[in-house]
Design a protein around this ligand. Structure first.
Ligand SMILES: C[S@@+](CC[C@H](N)C(=O)[O-])C[C@H]1O[C@@H](n2cnc3c(N)ncnc32)[C@H](O)[C@@H]1O
Length: 342
């Protein structure tokens, strides 16, 4: 028999210490526990020897994670993998290890306590506190965190790039510009799909040097790709037929409209602007998306959009939306045309 009053206490107590589970995930990822655990399972003592940890402390870490379905405690006292813990391995194409490290980077622990103040003011105030905006801070002051960030974005992209490239079905003599395209996972998928499509990867200068090797000089796609460094809120210095902005329009609204206007201005007549986002009201991962929305408030004074808020900003930037449809497991693809009169 369930007892709602007791369940409420349990739920709130678990949520209040949810940071402990996030920290446990980070610790397991850093120690490489998932890589050390084979299909046959192992005891905490055996794992402690493999990852050079204290056996008792590691047992407690595993117990905490197993309580959340990350690893399974076996009746013989050992631990086995679950579908969730396997995602912490580095040798699986669906690995989310870097995503876990990114979501728990040291800077995140320093911004969360400011959430109450941010909710009161409607602004996270990262730039005021650090003297520079978040991405400048990331690439200039926290290069190791920037590396984790870019690897995490690539890991997340791998879950959806093939589905997006299929949905876009870009063929023939046209140039596709991936604006704030990170390390280019999506662009490489698009270029793989048709040898006549050309591409440009546009991102901040700090992001491009470590982009996918196939896009760099000498790489497989080098002869049909440009790497363009810049700030898309100031200008997008490359022309194209199709512009893609995936998981980018998450800043304050003024920056989002500025970026969209710059993209619209760089689009050739009849050109297409495709926005791909994890919408708050269209995501099957409400818990993740709403928490990310709060983190974006704190670090870039930004947000994860509701469908209507994003469509409103696209209209403000002079884009005519022609279609909105789900793509991949948790994203929406918003197709639009640059309005010549904008
Ligand atoms: C959340 S990531 C998304 C990356 C990629 N589009 C994807 O979906 O994997 C945001 C990207 O925006 C880039 N970025 C942030 N501010 C930018 C700006 N002002 N101009 C150009 N790129 C920017 C970051 O370097 C990063 O690559």
């Amino acid at each position: 028999m369930t007892n709602p009053a007791l369940e409420a206490v349990t739920q709130l107590r678990r949520l209040a210490l949810a940071a402990g589970h996030a920290a446990a995930l980070r610790a397991a990822a850093q120690l490489g526990v998932a890589d050390a655990l084979g299909d046959e399972g192992a005891t905490a003592a055996e794992l402690a020897r493999s990852v050079n940890a204290d056996p008792d402390a590691l047992e407690r870490l595993l117990r905490a994670l197993a309580s959340q379905g990350v690893f399974a405690a076996r009746e013989d006292g050992g631990y086995a993998h679950t579908h969730v813990s396997r995602l912490l391995r580095t040798d699986t194409p669906r690995s989310l290890r870097d995503m876990v490290l990114w979501a728990t980077e040291p800077w995140t622990w320093s911004v969360w306590p400011g959430l109450g103040e941010a909710v009161r003011n409607g602004k996270g105030g990262f730039a005021e506190k650090h003297g520079k905006d978040f991405f400048t801070f990331l690439y200039e002051d926290a290069p190791e965190s920037a590396e984790v960030f870019n690897r995490a974005m690539t890991q997340a992209s791998r879950l959806s790039s093939a589905a997006i490239a299929d949905a876009l079905a870009l063929k023939g003599d046209q140039t596709v510009v991936d604006v704030a395209g990170g390390h280019g996972d999506l662009l490489t998928k698009i270029l793989e799909g048709d040898p006549t499509v050309r591409g440009a990867l546009f991102d901040l200068p700090g992001a491009l040097p470590d982009c996918d090797a196939r896009l760099r000089p000498g790489g497989e796609f080098a002869d049909r790709v440009q790497l363009v460094a810049g700030d898309c809120r100031e200008s997008v210095g490359v022309e194209g037929d199709v512009f893609i902005l995936k998981n980018v329009l998450e800043w304050d609204d003024a920056s989002t409209v500025a970026a969209l206007r710059n993209v619209a201005a760089a689009t050739r007549p009849g050109g297409r602007v495709v926005v791909i986002e994890n919408l708050v009201d269209g995501s099957p991962e409400t818990g993740f998306t709403t928490a990310m929305d709060l983190l974006l408030l704190l670090n870039v004074d930004g947000r994860k959009h509701l469908r209507e808020s994003l469509l409103g900003l696209m209209a403000e930037a002079g884009l005519t939306v022609t279609d909105v449809r789900p793509v991949g497991p948790y994203l929406h693809l918003i197709d639009s045309r640059a309005d010549a009169s904008a």
